[in-house]
Design a binder for this molecule. Sequence first.
Ligand code: HEM
Length: 152
Amino acid sequence: MLILHSLLRWILLLLMGLVIVRSYMGSKQQKPFTKQDNLFGLLMMIAADLQLLLGLGLYFMTDFMKSVHAAMSENMGAVMKNATMRFFAIEHITAMIIAIALIHVGRILSKKAATDEAKHKKLFIWTLIALILILVSIPWPFREMGRPLLPF
Ligand code: HEM
C-alpha cells in the first residue's frame, strides 16, 4: 500500500498539472470545454480519491503509524514536539483531505458554471490551490520528516 501510495503521487501530480495547463489555456484562448477536459478532470478526481483511500488504510495499518498512535495516547505533547510524528499524525492527513476536497469543489463549480470560459476558470483556480497544498504536504526526501524516493 505504501508503494502504491508513493507511486500514485506522481500520477496525481501529472494529472493535476495537465488539468491546470489545459484549463489555463482554455480560458485564455476562449476554447470550448470539451469532453476531453471533463475526462482529465474526472481522472484527476479518481486518482485523488484513490490516494485518500490508500492514505486512510496506511494511517491505521502501518507499523510506523501504530507506533505514532501509541505515542499519541501515551503523551500527545511529546508527539506534537516531534516534527516527523506530528507531520504524519496530523499535518499530512489534514492538508491532503482539504486538498482533495478542493479538487472536488473545483469540479462541481466547473460543472455548474454557465459558460465554457467560467468552467475552465473554476477548474483552474481550485486545482491550482489544491496542487500547492499537496506539494507543500508531501514528505519529500529533502524535508526533515522526508521519505526517500523509491528506486523506480
Ligand atoms: C494527494 C494526496 C496524497 C499524497 C500526494 C500523499 C503522498 C504521500 C507520500 C509521497 C508518502 C511517503 C511514501 C513513502 O514512504 O514512500 C506518504 C505517506 C503517508 N501518507 Fe500520504 N499522501 C496523500 C494523502 C494522504 C491521506 C489523505 C492520508 C491519510 C488519510 C495519507 C496518509 C499517509 C500515511 C499514514 C503515510 C505514512 C505511512 C507510513 O510510512 O507508515 N496520505 N504520503
